[in-house]
Ligand binder design. Structure first.
Ligand SMILES: Cc1cc2nc3c(=O)[nH]c(=O)nc-3n(C[C@H](O)[C@H](O)[C@H](O)COP(=O)(O)OP(=O)(O)OC[C@H]3O[C@@H](n4cnc5c(N)ncnc54)[C@H](O)[C@@H]3O)c2cc1C
Length: 375
């Protein structure tokens, strides 16, 4: 048996790395075990939005959580950059959701009004900009004729997700954490005196607590410690162009110019199981849509297309839970791990270090899928 830790975190993707980083900052001895090179890794293939607008449309608890994560992001980014020495290319100057045609503009206006009305105490920073207002706000951008307007969210932003992941892991190591790649957790066993033995190949490690944050790999691990949280894949495809002169000053849902000048176009939502292939149909529809919004993209060369699998719970909202049968075992799953990284590395990690999840996370327990909430 290898040395004892306070926490073993299974999965060094976006969620596990953020939690491990936060736990190490709370003076916990943390071992972060990551899986095999061929694993599904949403952390390495996502769009990089830090997004609040419209999040938790049917779930106020998730809406509040996204708002809180967005609020924490600027200070989180600043601290992480300082500690890791890695520039995150984080910007929080707002974000756009374009509407093609008047009916879409009207539909989105109503949807955002309903969304905002659910949490009147929050300053959500949402504005519907008609075409004239959009052109006044972004005078350097040439919009396509079909653009009727956009929803502007002042709390939205973006980050380089690969740098974010690298920074979380670098800062975690600087805080004294231990990271072992290619060490998939194969077995978790409760120990007689409390705590857990975790097996990975020939190695065995022990810790008082185990956090399962293995994305799509969590399906296998959770049941070992009484955490039967359902999770399924959903394919998302993304295109990226060559580097271009600045053409969109803020990110948009589906189009974002990165800090390096490339433009990412996306993102599909396809329920095709664990199928990772890219498709011509997706490339056509994403690029057509982007050119309708920004005709200047019409001459851009596409340099890459990829597909990756989202980590989705049945209602698309996050799951946070402690095991009722195995004290000290926890699970964290979500499909907006970039946006929620500030919360995972901050309040969530501190709560885990203190041994209890905050009560405002109770509605995000996976029991909601089996036990109907009281009216
Ligand atoms: C196309 C696409 C676009 C997205 N865009 C955004 C966006 O703009 N903004 C946003 O906030 N989110 C976005 N996301 C979602 C975000 O990427 C995920 O929420 C996040 O990566 C989930 O983190 P995770 O750690 O749960 O899973 P992952 O990042 O997938 O990481 C899981 C990790 O667990 C490891 N693992 C698996 N099994 C084991 C095991 N047995 N033992 C140890 N380790 C194991 C794997 O090796 C992997 O490293 C996007 C996702 C996709 C697919």
């Amino acid at each position: 048996m290898h040395e004892d830790f306070d926490f073993i975190v299974a999965g060094a993707g976006m969620v596990g790395s953020a939690i491990a980083h936060g736990l190490a900052g709370a003076r916990q001895r943390v071992l972060l075990l990551d899986g095999e090179d061929g694993d599904y890794r949403a952390a390495k293939a996502n769009f990089g939005l830090v997004w609040v607008s419209g999040k938790g449309y049917g779930n106020t608890h998730y809406q509040r959580l996204s708002y809180e994560a967005g609020r924490l992001w600027p200070a989180f980014a600043q601290d992480l950059e300082r500690e890791s020495g890695i520039a995150l290319q984080y910007e929080n100057r707002g974000g756009l959701n374009f509407c093609l045609g008047e009916p879409q503009f009207e539909e989105r206006s109503q949807a955002m009004r309903r969304w905002a009305a659910r949490t009147p105490d929050l300053e959500l920073g949402i504005e519907m900009l008609d075409r004239a207002a959009l052109e006044r706000r972004f005078p350097t951008v040439r919009f396509g004729p079909d653009v009727a307007g956009a929803c502007f969210g002042s709390r939205d932003g973006h980050v380089n997700p690969l740098r974010l992941l690298a920074a979380l892991q670098a800062a975690f190591l600087k805080r004294g954490g231990v990271l072992k790649s290619r060490h998939p957790v194969q077995h978790i066993e409760p120990l007689a005196g409390g705590g857990f033995a975790v097996r990975s190949g020939a190695a065995r490690f022990a810790a008082r607590n185990v956090v399962i944050a293995a994305g799509l790999g969590s399906n296998k691990l959770g049941p070992m410690v009484g955490l039967d949280a359902p999770v399924r894949p959903q394919r998302g495809q993304i295109l990226v162009t060559e580097r271009l002169a600045p053409l969109l000053p803020v990110p948009a849902s589906g189009i974002r110019q990165t800090g390096d000048g490339t433009v990412m176009l996306g993102v599909t939502q396809e329920n095709v199981g664990y199928e990772l292939a890219t498709t011509v149909e997706a490339a056509v529809s994403m690029s057509r849509n982007a050119v309708r919004v920004l005709p200047d993209l019409g001459g851009a060369r596409l340099v890459r297309q990829w597909a990756c699998l989202r980590v989705l719970t049945p209602d698309g909202c996050p799951v946070y839970a402690g095991s009722a049968s195995h004290c000290g075992a926890w699970i964290a799953l979500c499909h907006s791990g970039v946006t929620l990284a500030s919360f995972h590395a901050g309040p969530l990690a501190r709560a885990l270090a203190d041994g209890a999840l905050p009560s405002f996370l109770d509605p995000l327990h996976y029991e909601r899928f089996t036990i109907p909430l009281a009216a």
